[in-house]
Design a protein around this ligand. Structure first.
Ligand SMILES: *Cc1c(COP(=O)(O)O)cnc(C)c1O
Length: 432
């Protein structure tokens, strides 16, 4: 095994190597519009592939259960310090392996088994971890939910106040996966205090906007704030939990040893790198472009006869009704037809959907990934037209051939990771 420490993946494991190459090409050759995805920098990618993956570091900086943690302490402390600067929070735990685990740690911190939570309904844009019956949150706690109003398709805060008074939750959960409008965290904080509840804001989707002040921050209004690090925040796949100082020690105990063992130091190091990027002025310009692009994409889709849920967008995503009361196609059909032309979106239920979740009446599109590639308003107009053309005529091979060519021409103008070094050494030189 002379070459154990030196052989590239291309010679070590051709099957996986080829899959990586194919994935590099798939990401480069398609238009990525999944609202929860993004493309990390080479620096983040390289850090994720670093030797920190070899290290056990159970515990926290300065208080570890293993030796040899001096450099793990450096990266975890940097991630914590940068997170606090970025969000202005009193305490940050950067160890959660994912957004779901950050939420689990907070629920364990705030609640006893059987307590009541009030969360946004999944069908109206909420998340599984906010009380879905098949998720730990729905299994271990009593759940009540709130949603959007029929007319505005925006959160009905008066109804939320009523639900809070009716159910008296111990924890009110806000934040969403498919909600295109500003969330009024101040109002939600007031509602919670009026019934003696605590609040967890889950900013998994909008963290990058919050970090740059382009969406109001939940930090002053909430006991707990959780996020993923890989969506608009553009870091490695992972989670983070923030809280007021009074809950810090409890939250740390709930993350480890409550729900996790050893932290992923290579990912925490990459979180530190991503947070460092997010503290630079460039990142705010990027987030502003994400917003501008979403607005133009939304307008283009509306102009082409599709219905935009809530009439527009304030953030990075657009929820589009493609079913149009049976005059259009289902979300499932739209996702597949767009996939054929290398435009990647996900089907999504719309509020008060008459189709089942696996079929759905809508698609969700987001601009974080394409904005990272450098695309701007002109490209959004072109992409909006391509999407509309395919949805209005999903069976036409002529349309598909034409749009596929347009996608190829467009993506070729916005190159991404191009060589073995650009992906942190994970690719063979021949990757192109
Ligand atoms: C994506 C998301 C999560 C979960 O993130 P994972 O890292 O996939 O576990 C949690 N909450 C919301 C609102 C999300 O959108």
């Amino acid at each position: 095994m002379n070459d154990f420490f030196t052989a590239d993946i291309s010679s070590a494991d051709p099957l996986i190597s080829e899959a990586i190459n194919n994935e590099v090409r798939r990401q480069a050759d398609g238009l990525e519009l999944i609202a929860s995805e993004n493309f990390v920098s080479k620096a983040v990618l390289e850090t994720m592939g670093s030797v920190f993956t070899n290290k056990y570091a159970e515990g926290y900086p300065g208080k570890r259960y293993y030796g040899g943690c001096e450099f793990s302490d450096v990266v975890e402390q940097a991630a914590i310090d940068r997170a606090k600067e970025l969000f202005g929070c009193e305490h940050a735990n950067v160890q959660p392996h994912s957004g779901a685990q950050a939420n689990m740690a907070v629920l364990l911190t705030a609640l006893d088994h059987g307590d009541t939570i009030l969360g946004m309904s999944l069908a109206h844009g909420g998340h599984l971890t906010h009380g879905h019956p098949l998720n730990f949150s729905g299994i271990n706690y009593k759940v009540a939910d709130y949603g959007v109003s029929r007319d505005t398709e925006q959160i009905d805060y008066d109804d939320l106040q009523k639900k809070a008074e009716e159910h008296r939750p111990k924890l009110l959960i806000c934040g969403a996966s498919a909600y295109p409008r500003v969330i009024d965290f101040a109002r939600i904080g007031e509602i919670a205090r009026s019934v003696g509840a605590m609040v967890m804001a889950d900013i998994a989707h909008i963290a990058g906007l919050v970090a740059t002040g382009l969406h109001p921050s939940p930090i002053p209004h909430c006991e707990f704030v959780t996020t993923t690090t890989h969506k608009t925040l553009r870091g490695p796949r992972g989670g983070m939990a923030m809280c007021k100082e009074e809950f810090a020690a409890d939250l740390n105990k709930r993350v480890f040893p409550g729900v996790q063992g050893g932290p992923l130091i290579h990912i925490i190091a990459a979180k530190a790198v991503a947070f460092g990027e997010a503290l630079k002025p460039d990142f705010k310009a990027y987030q502003q472009q994400v917003l501008d692009n979403a607005r133009v994409l939304s307008q283009t889709l509306a102009d082409s006869g599709l219905r935009i849920i809530s009439g527009g967008t304030d953030n990075h995503l657009v929820l589009v009704d493609v079913f149009l009361d049976g005059k259009g196609i289902t979300g499932k059909e739209a996702e597949a037809a767009l996939g054929d032309v290398h435009i990647t979106v996900n089907k999504n239920t719309i509020p008060f959907d008459t189709n089942k979740p696996f079929v759905a009446s809508g698609i969700r599109v987001g601009t974080p990934a394409l904005t990272t590639r450098g695309m701007k308003e002109d490209e959004m107009r072109a992409i909006g037209s391509m999407i509309a053309e395919v949805i209005h005529d999903p069976a036409s091979e002529d349309v598909k051939t034409k749009v596929k060519r347009e996608v190829a021409e467009l993506t070729a103008r916005f190159p991404m990771y191009r060589s073995r070094t650009d992906t942190g050494g994970a690719l063979p030189v021949s990757a192109g």
